[in-house]
Design a protein around this ligand. Sequence first.
Ligand code: NI
Ligand code: MN
Length: 217
Amino acid sequence: MELTWFGHSCVLLKGSKKVLIDPFFPAGKVDASPDIVAVTHGHDDHMGVAAEFGVPVVAINEVAKYLRSKGVEAEDMNIGGTITVDGVRFTMTPALHSSWIEEAGIGCNGGGAAGFVIRMDGTAVYHAGDTALFSDMSLIGELYHPSVALLPIGGRFTMGPEEAMIAARMIGAPRVIPIHYNTWPPIVQDPREFKKALERTTDCKVLILEPGETARI
Ligand code: NI
Ligand code: MN
């Protein structure tokens, strides 16, 4: 499977299907021509242009309901559940965060925030979404054995590097890719410091990608 990071939380998984997660493109929209889009929560910097691809969007009930009201095909689910779309398995994991859908006027409640374990072609990838550290992350490791964990390290709105180190240890994935940092000044971090600290204390390898860069996983 190939994994491309477009910056912030936006990731494309390319295996037998193309799955685009959190399609907010900090450097401008990329036509990743996905087969499926997955949205972790209703915030603008995650839902992004999810409605514009003309493909099914996997999201929590409230976000799915909102998207349907805009004429978008949506697969609704909720935390703890698993669905299969086009042969790709999506398990919705908890995230300690909020969710709000911005719209002219006041907007609406996006339900809860989530993460995903996505299983395709025998590989499991954990995308944590926006979240604080929570100890049940160890269950995600125990249950799904992800090969790669995508973890926010930006701080302020999510975990910072210190918490993400504990998260990585609890999940136990052999590879960690930091996300949700350096998009804007409030979430500036040095991913090399994170890499150094995590690799010094665990067997985990940290993969630092440039926006637009692809890794084979
Ligand atoms: Ni958020
Ligand atoms: Mn965010």
